[in-house]
Design a protein around this ligand. Structure first.
Ligand SMILES: [Zn+2]
Length: 336
């Protein structure tokens, strides 16, 4: 059973922890602490900001750390913002995608189980206590250690076109260089499904990756969060005069649907890319070659694209295994 030291319905700024009991080989009665910040100023729109769902994606945790420590005061906001910069805290501290405690993948653990493993218990708390208190969930992801994305917002395709349109408006407010409209392959266990089931809106991001940060990705993440807050009427940035006006403007947008948009490695080897992020690729044309450098018998094998489009994600490791994603191709639906 997860408890929290923060009164989530109290006015003002409150910071504390989720307390998650875990019983481990090296610590029988351990208490895992997950940081949480609550900013509340009257009734108004509610936003849940999540970072560190995967522990090797640092753009979200740093952007949210900057938000709470440099940019946010309750006097600035109307409504509420709940922030967990490092949702899977043990994974973030280890720099691993999955939890080192239970092997849990936070974004495959929803809706969670209050009597489950640590990861599942945290997911259950988000499902039962946090999502019901807000209107919008913004979940900040990136490619992690293995992948690199064009900094993008991810708009999950909804059951109705109207719901998808409302999330596209949030994506426009976030103002990342690219918006990817995506049909998630494993959506049933993801937070997306739970947010949708509760009638709330879900916006996600893929803001770079490779287990590192750049000034660009950090700035895109923070400005994006502030943009979404402004567009919801929550506003809020220290030193800012009045709410930021989000200009409607053409957003570069692509669609990723189904298997043909993903390029997988057919065998183990070293991947030589021919195309970089943002490059246009053509169906059937090679996006790179796989080299089996341990064998004299095999020449490099070409890796073809399945569809025409733009390279929105690439594998960031030279050495790849059979089954690894080498690239993701988005079909352009709105030009820059
Ligand atoms: Zn992620």
């Amino acid at each position: 059973m997860v408890t929290t030291t923060v009164d989530l319905d109290a006015e003002g700024v409150h910071k504390g922890y989720l307390d998650v009991p875990v019983s481990l080989n090296d610590s029988a009665w351990s208490n895992l602490r997950v940081p949480i910040f609550s900013f509340k100023n009257g009734d108004g729109p509610g936003l849940l900001l999540l970072g560190g769902s995967h522990g090797d994606e640092f753009e979200g945790p740093v952007a949210l750390s900057k938000l709470v420590h440099d940019h946010l005061e309750t006097a600035d906001i109307a409504g509420r913002v709940i922030i967990l910069p490092a949702l899977n805290t043990p994974a973030v501290l280890k720099g691993t995608r999955l939890s080192p405690i239970d092997g849990g993948n936070m974004n495959r653990a929803f809706p969670g189980d209050p009597r489950g493993t640590a990861t599942s218990r945290i997911a259950a708390f988000v499902t039962r206590e946090l999502i019901p208190r807000v209107d919008v969930v913004l979940d900040l992801h990136s490619g992690g250690r293995s992948l690199m994305f064009v900094p993008s917002t991810i708009v999950p395709v909804q059951k109705t076109p109207e719901a998808t349109e409302r999330i596209l408006a949030l994506a426009a407010a976030f103002d990342a260089p690219l918006t990817i409209v995506l049909r998630e392959p494993e959506v049933a266990a993801m937070i997306d499904a739970e947010v949708e089931a509760q009638g709330k809106l879900m916006l996600a991001t893929e803001l770079g990756g490779l287990g590192t940060l750049t000034p660009e990705t950090t700035a895109i993440a923070l400005n994006g969060v502030l943009g979404v807050m402004s567009s919801m009427g929550i506003a809020g940035s220290r030193g800012r005069t009045g709410p930021r006006v989000v200009r409607p403007k053409p957003v570069r947008m692509v669609r990723v649907e189904g298997h043909s948009h993903y390029v997988y490695a057919d065998e183990n080897g070293v991947f030589e890319p021919f195309a970089d992020l943002g490059d246009r690729v053509a169906a059937g044309a090679a996006i790179g070659r796989l080299h089996r450098v341990d064998r004299v018998e095999y020449p490099p094998s070409e890796v073809p694209a399945g569809v025409d489009g733009i390279l929105v994600c690439k594998n960031g490791q030279g050495l790849v295994k059979r089954g690894d994603v080498l690239a993701v191709i988005g079909r352009e639906i709105a030009p820059a």
